[in-house]
Write a protein that binds this ligand. Sequence first.
Ligand SMILES: Nc1ncnc2c1ncn2[C@@H]1O[C@H](COP(=O)(O)OP(=O)(O)O)[C@@H](O)[C@H]1O
Ligand SMILES: [Mg+2]
Length: 341
Amino acid sequence: MSNPVIACRNVWKLYGPDPVNFLRELDGQDPGFEALREQGYISAVRDVSLDIHHGEMLVIMGLSGSGKSTLVRCLSRLVDISGGEIDVDGADLSALSETELIDLRRNKMGMVFQSFGLLPHRTVLDNVAFPLEMRGQDKHARRARAMEMIELVGLQGREEYFPRELSGGQQQRVGIARSLAIEPDIWFLDEPFSALDPLIRREMQDEFLRLQDLLGKTIVFITHDFDEALRLADRIAIMKDGAIEQCDRPGNIVMNPATEYVAKFTEDIDKARVVHARDLMMPVSSGVPEGAAISAAATVHDLARRLVDDLNPQIPVADENGAVVGVLSRDAALNVLLGTA
Ligand SMILES: Nc1ncnc2c1ncn2[C@@H]1O[C@H](COP(=O)(O)OP(=O)(O)O)[C@@H](O)[C@H]1O
Ligand SMILES: [Mg+2]
């Protein structure tokens, strides 16, 4: 696999009297959230190790207060970490100078927040062009770029509106367009859809998937909604009390939850819509079974008809190039379909 875009090694963020020295004395041990609190420290991020790869959508999921925002603020060094190391494109984030940091945030990192953060007295166009203005781009070029982004998020015709004249969903589209204007390599989104109505929210998720298909960015997306995480993620990192309980593909998380805490989230999930053939398949050991191959990217739900009609106990699974990469057991897949897995 290629080098990670972001690599976190044993990252800590403690709030309390003297975090750095306190951590040094712990010497790599993690006494746990409660024990730390008894000693006067809130562990907002607790011993997190994580690689984020080029073009992947990593979703950080956890309840309110679990440390999601703090972790992402550490990744952009909006807060300094108390221990561990974060590398961005191979460079130690904590070793960057103030100007290098500003450069990184202005040119490489896009950010979107739940609260939109639009400038109320500026039009849609001027909001989207704002980061380009900060960067000193000339007026003509930044207007052209801003218009492009406005079109990308489906707001053409509304360039001259003010934020207050837009719905919540439209305002967040402006936020998204603005964050994309600088062509970031890494895109951080902290609960971007949490303030929106459920229907709008779903629409925005679809839009977001369409955009990602088009742009292929490296994305860290935060949510407290497990369904949203399942819909969007390549991988989900589930946080509790500052630590990552499990980080895996959605299908693996619902099939093999690592802890009881994770299992609770997966209880009411329709697994057939989340688990893909690739999550269940076994290596080809004794020859490729008969029958047309199914796609590794198909969900068990997509395969329902075939699983019922095709009595062969084993079904070949192919990758996107049509090469057979595994074997699916009909029984195992039916168990997922019927909720008996
Ligand atoms: N500046 C701060 N000072 C003290 N505690 C903080 C600070 N920022 C965050 N925390 C605490 O860190 C924990 C994680 O917060 P946060 O990252 O905002 O969680 P989330 O985004 O998952 O809701 C919470 O217990 C919060 O109260
Ligand atoms: Mg938060």
